[in-house]
Ligand binder design. Structure first.
Ligand SMILES: [Zn+2]
Ligand SMILES: [Zn+2]
Length: 420
């Protein structure tokens, strides 16, 4: 019986893996230029972390988590997102006592039991970052500019940036009251989830995907019109900062993020590209999350984006992320003795960081030449009894077909000189 992969997962084969690697490299370069260091946290954590950190009323926690008991009867969950784990790590590892802000980026697999559709998997890859310890909106601008720069380096410069503010603890209290007042007369018509949200977390009401709930949400009071002085001030700092860097944005007053912990600035980068429309990157500030997870009050801000979604976007724009490398040298061999000489030459050259290929399948000369052609090799040499005896062999430049005679014991040297 042939075994398939579980629904919502996939094998990443080498050509595609190369694309992941490229994205990771570009991302980590941009992050490093902004002073971020990499962090890796466990793929599974105590379930409690996500319940508290992401929010029990969110779809992610209430419907989409891979939760299980381990053999010691602990409730564990495969991480559905990256922020909660990084925050926990920030607290556990005493990073509060480091020079602030502490800036961390990550790339890794996340897990959500979701409907599988194009570009959406149950095991997926996210890249993202978190910055702790700065309450100033200037870091909001810096992070948005980092994302913008990352997209530019990928060759995408026409994404739409949406920003909004969803206030702080103080103004949220007032706003929640207003929201509940507004929703009161519609309660009976809301979906069952929204009925729970109404009492537990009214802000979530605005985020519901059910059609009828969306209709009600349309005329709900806007957070933007209910911000306190401090939040208004921060929001204008964000706008000015983006203007200063000439980064275009749109204010979207209905933008709320799907997770509970966000405060003040929230943002999304959206693609208008037909076929891949939708959010590519989402982030925002979370000034109460560190405290919520047991640390001391510390402001934070971050974002995340799905790499599979990003790859789809790049593909639809025909941006090629593969960087195929071909062997510099192929050594065709005839006989055991030739093979041992060739394998020594190959070993030496590989040590010098040069991609060399030799026959390890016992092919005949003709088949070896065919193989070298398929692999797009730059130079081919053939070594057999005669070549060993005379120390003379031919090197062929595959592109032009030109052949030259060289010494067998000079192959390495010549390749090193001409590898480019
Ligand atoms: Zn406020
Ligand atoms: Zn609803």
């Amino acid at each position: 019986m042939k075994l398939a992969v579980p629904k919502g997962t996939k094998d990443v084969l080498s050509i595609e893996m190369e694309k992941y690697r490229q994205i990771e490299n570009i991302f980590s370069n941009v992050c490093k230029n902004y002073g971020y260091g990499e962090i890796t946290t466990p793929v599974f954590e105590f379930t409690e972390l996500f319940k508290r950190g992401v929010g029990e009323t969110t779809d992610v926690v209430s419907k989409e988590m891979y939760t299980f008991l381990d053999k010691g009867n602990r409730s564990l969950t495969l991480r559905p997102e990256g922020t909660a784990g990084v925050v926990r790590s920030y607290i556990n590892n005493g990073m509060t006592s480091l020079v602030q802000p502490v800036k961390l980026y990550y790339m890794g697999k996340m897990y959500r039991y979701e409907n599988v559709q194009k570009g959406r998997y149950r095991e997926f890859t996210q890249i993202g970052l978190e910055a702790f310890g700065s309450s100033k909106a200037s870091i909001d601008v810096e992070i948005i500019s980092l994302v913008n720069m990352f997209f530019e380096k990928l060759g995408i410069s026409d994404l739409q940036l949406m920003i909004n503010s969803i206030g702080c603890k103080t103004c949220r209290l007032e706003y929640n009251k207003k929201l509940k007042n507004y929703y009161e007369e519609y309660i009976s018509g809301l979906c069952s989830d929204c009925k729970i949200r109404y009492t537990k977390n009214p802000l979530r009401l605005l985020d519901c995907k059910v059609e009828n709930c969306q209709k009600v949400a349309k005329n709900a009071p806007l957070f933007m019109d209910n911000l306190c002085g401090e939040c208004l001030n921060d929001f204008s700092t964000v706008k000015q900062g983006l203007d200063n860097l000439e980064i275009d944005f749109t204010i979207n007053k209905t933008l709320v993020r799907g997770l509970d912990y966000y405060t003040k600035t929230v943002f999304e980068f959206i693609s208008d590209n037909v076929g891949t429309q939708g959010t590519i990157c989402a982030g925002g500030r979370y000034d109460d999350l560190v405290e919520l997870l047991g640390g001391k009050q510390t402001p934070g801000i971050g974002f995340a984006m799905g790499v599979e979604r990003l790859l789809m976007e790049l593909e639809s724009r025909e941006i090629n992320m593969t960087n195929e490398v071909y062997p510099v040298l192929y050594i065709a061999t005839l006989g055991e003795k030739a093979y041992s000489i060739a394998s020594k030459i190959a070993y030496e050259l590989r040590k010098q960081n040069i991609y060399v290929d030799i026959d390890v399948s016992g092919r005949g000369l003709k088949a070896q030449m065919k193989y070298a052609n398929k692999k797009n090799v730059k130079y081919v040499v053939v070594i057999g009894e005669n070549e060993i005896a005379s120390n003379k062999c031919k090197i062929k430049i595959m592109e032009t077909g030109v052949e030259k005679q060289i010494n067998v014991d000079a192959i390495s040297e010549i390749i090193i000189e001409n590898k480019a």
